[in-house]
Design a protein around this ligand. Structure first.
Ligand code: NAD
Length: 501
């Protein structure tokens, strides 16, 4: 029995291990509702073994030349590109998203690998000659050491790929703790890294739950923590790990708005709302959750969204469907409960996903596209992150009312504005309190040359993921001031604070 058919274990020093404890979790196929395999849950001893492996590999990897590191990154890039179909199948089997969407997350992860392939350029320091008489200064960027990466269920490949390639390129070693709901992608990636020539111990994986996370947050040899998940856990991770003296970037939940101004192209806006609201069954941190329709276009826009959403084929992601199931039965029921609460609070259910008839065998965790109109900011369907295929329409009288609504929301991950008015778009991008803004683009996930991060309760910490911020996060700056004394040059005591001369 191979690991992917039986137990999904840990990956420590290049070996697949069952771990020291007995605790296990079920891994489902969300499209059929069946348990397909089990995942080991790490005990503290398993985490300690993984950190010890990363710590042991640290110095040699740090001292490996940039050209050798670059060769590993390029080899990994090629392997990932070549074997993406296998990885997509693993993602779909455990997460449920349709195969094409799984391919999309791999493509966005590949972008970050390609960015990290430029490490020779990214890690260059600066040099200033003659800052004082006979004195030069140069700066270095050096690895931080053992880095922990803790990822959520909704992007089992892309989110680890936001961090791991950049951390490794910068000369760090890594312990990855993936989501226990879809753990197999992490092992597939770990094997690809090994095949690409990454020395054993540079990347380790521990599976599990809070026990593993909390040990990583407390472990004295872990120097940085990159977390992505829900806001309550992100806050816990940030507070605990910073109190333990670690560098932390903790990306949290979201409630993304899409503002549609009256002059917008309504067909374009309706397409975008449907794609970004129901793609991946709404289980994206950049999914559109709220459409803010600035009057008088709401009736027209709702009709166009409903017309399109009705045509979405829901079912098993391995068939030619457009939207798959939710990740677990509990999550599906929780999302359905929000729809019921919205209805009870007075929202109009324009399209009811609770009645979906999916193209799938068995008892999968399906909920169809759901459209709620007349949602008001005090309803739970508006205040809470739902993380499912539920699109709420809030009506606003003016542009200012729409912006005030977005700014009052505690989350600030992504936002979009749909308009043909360049002046309004420019004003919006300038004043809106959100980290990633799309202008006629509904899911403004930055390309890998830029960095990804939200504001407010969507990110704790200063530095965003990947791109230039990723390089800063995974390195420490060092500045060296040098003088080579000349024979017969100035000498002698001077207890004053050094001044340039
Ligand atoms: P989650 O917070 O439940 O889990 C994230 C990780 O933390 C997992 O590895 C999990 O095992 C671990 N974990 C869960 N509970 C914990 C606890 N009490 N203590 C310590 N560790 C714990 O999130 P999820 O359900 O896997 O993912 C969905 C969430 O992630 C949504 O809120 C979504 O918005 C968010 N997300 C955010 C971004 C972003 O970029 N801001 C990206 C993807 C997902």
């Amino acid at each position: 029995m191979t690991a992917l058919e039986g137990l999904v274990g840990h990956w420590v020093e290049g070996k697949h291990l069952p771990g020291s404890g007995e605790r296990r979790g079920d891994v489902y196929d969300p499209a059929t509702g069946e348990v397909r395999r089990q995942v080991a849950f790490a005990e503290e001893a398993d985490v300690d073994a993984a950190v010890a492996a990363a710590d042991a590999a640290r110095t040699a990897w740090r001292d490996t030349s940039l050209s050798r590191r670059t060769a590993v990154l390029f080899a990994f890039r090629e392997l990932l590109a070549t074997r993406r179909d296998e990885l997509a199948a693993i993602i779909t089997a455990e997460h449920g998203k349709v195969l094409d969407d799984a391919q999309g997350e791999i493509a966005r992860g590949l972008e970050v690998v390609e960015f990290a392939c430029g490490l020779g350029h990214l890690l260059k320091g600066e040099h200033a000659e003659g800052v004082s008489t006979g004195v030069d200064v140069h700066s270095l960027r050096q690895p931080v050491g053992v880095c922990a990466v803790i990822s959520p269920f909704n992007f089992p490949a892309m989110v680890p790929l936001w961090f791991v390639p950049v951390a490794i390129a910068c000369g760090n070693t890594v312990v990855l703790k993936p989501s226990e709901k879809d753990p197999s992608a992490s092992l597939f990636l770990a094997r690809l890294w090994q095949e690409a020539g990454l020395p054993d111990g540079v990347l380790n994986v521990v599976q599990g739950d809070r026990v593993a996370v909390d040990r990583l947050l407390a472990h004295p040899r872990v120097r940085s923590v990159s977390f992505v998940g829900s806001t309550p856990v992100a806050r816990h991770v940030y507070e605990t790990a910073t109190a333990a003296g670690k560098r932390v970037q903790a990306l949290g939940g979201a409630k993304n708005h899409m503002v549609v101004l009256p002059d917008a192209d309504l067909d374009l806006a309706a397409d975008a709302a449907v794609n970004a609201g129901f793609g991946s069954a709404g289980e994206r941190c950049m999914a559109v959750s709220v459409v803010v329709a600035v009057e008088p276009v709401a009736d027209d826009l709702v009709a166009r969204i409903a017309e399109r959403a009705r045509t979405i084929r829901v079912g098993d992601g391995r068939r030619s469907c457009e939207m798959g199931p939710l990740v677990t039965r509990e999550h599906r029921d929780r999302v359905a409960a929000y729809v019921a609460a919205g209805e009870a609070d007075g929202a109009k259910v324009v399209l009811d996903g609770r009645q979906v008839e999916p193209d799938a065998d068995g008892d999968g965790f399906f909920l169809g596209p759901t459209l709620l109109d007349g949602v008001r900011p005090e309803m739970s369907v508006y205040t809470d992150e739902i993380f499912g295929p539920v699109l709420s329409v809030v009506r606003a009288a003016t542009y200012q009312e729409a912006v005030d609504l977005v700014d009052a929301n505690p989350y600030g991950n992504g936002v979009a504005i749909f308009t043909n008015d360049g002046g309004a778009a420019r004003r919006f991008e300038h004043e809106v309190e959100v980290g990633m803004v799309g202008v006629n683009v509904p899911i403004p996930v930055p390309v890998a040359q830029f960095s990804f991060g939200g504001w407010k309760s969507s990110l704790f910490g200063d530095l965003h993921a990947y791109g230039p911020d990723g390089v800063r996060f995974f390195t420490r700056g060092k500045v060296v001031t040098t003088r080579w004394p000349e024979p017969g040059g100035a000498r002698g005591l001077d207890l004053g604070f050094p001044r340039s001369s």
